[in-house]
Design a protein around this ligand. Structure first.
Ligand SMILES: Cc1cc2nc3c(=O)[nH]c(=O)nc-3n(C[C@H](O)[C@H](O)[C@H](O)COP(=O)(O)OP(=O)(O)OC[C@H]3O[C@@H](n4cnc5c(N)ncnc54)[C@H](O)[C@@H]3O)c2cc1C
Length: 399
């Protein structure tokens, strides 16, 4: 078993780390570079994106033939963790959610003409995208079979959409949308995936939902469909393959969340190291107190376990395996320790940890969503338990 990174990947990791330290961190440190929703403002973002492209650090997950770096999942884990040392990193390199997962899905399953039209502009950074799935109760949330939004056939070549969705990340700024809708009442194969453009009539954003944390660009929106017409040629995959497309998207997208959250967890710890090494009290620096060392050790171990779970799942995805239980374990663990490590760092920084002088309070308000998006922790535990019950002690076999 070899835990070392190939030489080229280690070089790429260093390059990303250098770019984050030299180009992004100074921008992140100046509040004037934030927009009204606590994310990077469009002007500094565009400047940094141009620099990232010029440095050859663009769209790491996309094929080289379409302008990306063509990394496999292990390579992505290395890149994304380093990128997410800054809150702005992923969006600068074009590997932030939801574009990241949307590009991965389109790259895997779209026809070439669909890729040219719907995927390439996202890769190029010319448009943003949204995935449109979740509905307010009693519709689809953790259980997609509850989906109420319908796509009805109109003639042979069109579909008409009606329904309501919410928490659609990025909807206010997106131009390309991936939509899940019900096309039959069969128990299996009831859902189908469609692509539409923001300028098509028959849908609107009802509101940008106010949330507790900082927002992705374009917010988290509630949207209504009242007669949106979609050409059949803009259907993604076959009729009834909606759930399959969701699984293909989420398999990797859940793990890329983990990769980014690990970068943020490491940054949270980094934010307290200088303070505990220098802050004097009770006759020594904080770092000399055993109680502080235990807190630091727990944070270090928690993050390292998350990295191992994430890398194992990434390596398994790269073999073509769906790595369902591995991805679920990584998702639960990393979302929990994201919250925990940020909390530890706030505590060790004393009052300043609670201030807006440090990025920790921003991260702390961001963190709870990690346990909800792309499957609540409880649902992932259901998946893990299902595997354990089916596989018995074979659950722990090595590949
Ligand atoms: C910041 C943010 C961004 C999002 N972005 C998007 C997006 O871009 N596109 C999109 O389509 N959706 C998006 N979502 C929605 C997200 O995917 C859903 O919130 C998630 O799938 C859970 O669905 P729900 O909110 O309907 O919770 P529900 O299904 O109502 O569940 C509520 C809670 O019940 C518990 N629970 C549910 N099922 C079980 C079970 N079987 N066993 C035990 N406990 C259970 C869990 O604790 C869960 O949190 C986003 C959500 C957030 C918070």
């Amino acid at each position: 078993m070899d835990f070392s990174l190939p030489k080229e990947l280690e070089e790429l990791r260093r390059k990303v780390a250098g770019f984050v330290a030299g180009e992004i961190m100074p921008i992140e440190a100046d509040q004037r570079n934030f927009d009204d929703h606590e994310n990077i403002a469009e002007v500094p973002l565009e400047t940094l994106r141009e620099k990232a492209k010029a440095a050859g650090l663009w769209a790491p997950q996309m094929p080289a033939g379409r302008g990306g770096l063509g990394l496999d999942t292990v390579g992505m884990a290395t890149f994304y963790e380093e990128a997410a040392r800054s809150r702005f990193g992923p969006v600068v390199f074009n590997c932030a959610a939801p574009d990241d997962g949307n590009m991965i899905l389109l790259d895997r399953v779209a026809r070439e003409d669909q890729k040219d039209r719907w995927l390439q502009p996202i890769i190029d950074g010319d448009v943003r995208s949204s995935i449109v799935m979740t509905e307010p109760a009693p519709g689809a949330g953790s259980d997609p079979t509850m989906m109420l939004t319908r796509a009805e056939r109109k003639g042979n070549d069109k579909w008409v959409i009606s329904g309501r969705k919410w928490f659609i990340t990025g909807a206010q700024g997106a131009q390309h949308f991936i939509l899940l809708a019900r096309t039959s009442d069969n128990k299996r194969g009831a859902l189908t995936t469609f692509l539409f453009h923001k300028d098509q009539p028959g849908w609107h954003i009802e509101r940008r939902i106010p949330i507790m944390g900082p927002e992705e660009h374009g917010g988290h929106c509630e949207v209504v469909f009242d007669g949106l017409e979609i050409e059949d040629e803009n259907r993604l995959m076959d009729v009834g393959e909606g759930m399959k497309s969701v699984q293909i998207r989420l398999g990797t997208a859940r793990l890329t969340h983990c990769m980014r959250w690990l970068g943020m967890s490491k940054r949270a710890v980094e934010e307290c190291l200088g303070y505990v090494k220098n802050r004097q009290n009770f006759g020594s620096v904080l770092a000399d107190h055993e109680g502080v060392q235990w807190m630091l050790a727990d944070a270090a171990m928690d993050i390292e376990i998350g990295r191992l779970l994430t890398m194992r799942a990434a390596a398994k995805l790269d073999t073509g395996d769906q790595a369902r239980k591995e991805v679920s374990m990584a998702k639960i663990w990393v979302s929990e320790i994201l919250h925990k490590t940020i909390s530890t760092s706030i505590q060790l920084n004393g009052a300043r940890g609670y201030s807006k002088d440090l990025p920790l309070e921003w991260m702390y308000r961001y963190a709870p969503q990690a346990k909800l998006v792309d499957g609540a922790s409880e649902v992932h535990k259901m998946v893990i338990a299902r595997h354990l019950l089916g596989e018995g002690t074979g659950f722990w076999s090595w590949d």
